[in-house]
Design a protein around this ligand. Structure first.
Ligand code: SF4
Ligand code: SF4
Length: 201
């Protein structure tokens, strides 16, 4: 079974539709915000998965990184990502896609490799085969699932309620900031005698 080889085409760094754009954890969003140059206008971040606590605080667990056209970090001449070492997990795992919370792993039809290897796709149903063909991408996909499951565990402990309509949210708080903030989860664990500085990830 041949391994995935990236052709360095332009397809995974050019976006026409927000639904195709990368999904980021809040801490990844903040890294990207820091890396973006002032005045960058073709990109924005939209809360994608939001929860509410008993005090009405809206907590974001996932963002959509909306990019219009080429990603600002894409080097069109060299056809390379300029932030390769720091790019978010969604980019690291592409052309793999992960559905949460189900954990279903899919292969993007947008990828040129996928288009050229249609005959192989039926073989790519078993996780061990996907891991063989896409070793680093599969590792990134597993990391996404592990991090997402850690978030879900914290969300359940805190008894947060999923919010489908964000329009009533006056303030959005990133889930990792929320968990270490004055809202209680970590502090309460300390009071209960558990390890106080346990990280979310
Ligand atoms: S961060 Fe890099 S890999 Fe991700 S969309 Fe932008 S240029 Fe492409
Ligand atoms: S679409 Fe596929 S082949 Fe093209 S740059 Fe992205 S991962 Fe590589």
């Amino acid at each position: 079974m041949p391994k995935f080889v990236c052709y360095h085409c332009i397809y995974c760094c050019f976006f026409r539709d927000p639904i195709e754009c990368p999904v980021l954890f809040p801490w990844e969003k903040r890294v990207i915000e820091d890396l973006l140059e002032d005045g960058e206008t073709n990109t924005s971040f939209e809360p994608l998965e939001v929860w509410r606590d008993s005090k009405g605080v809206c907590i974001v667990t996932l963002y959509r990184w909306v990019i219009r056209g080429f990603c600002p970090f894409y080097d069109i001449v060299m056809r390379r990502c300029k932030i390769h070492e720091m790019k978010p997990l969604a980019c690291q795992m592409f052309p793999l896609l992960v559905e949460v919370p189900s954990g279903k792993v899919m292969i993007s039809s947008k990828c040129l490799w996928t288009k050229k290897n249609q005959k192989l796709l039926k073989e790519l149903r078993r996780p061990e085969v996907i891991a063989h063909v896409f070793p680093s991408e599969f590792t990134a996909a597993v990391t996404v699932l592990q991090q997402y499951n850690s978030i879900l565990e914290a969300v359940r402990e805190e008894k947060l309620v999923r919010v489908n309509d964000f329009s009533s949210c006056k303030l959005f708080v990133d889930v990792d900031s929320y968990m270490v903030g004055d809202y209680g989860w970590r502090e309460r664990r300390k009071e209960e005698g558990e390890e106080g500085d346990k990280t979310l990830l």
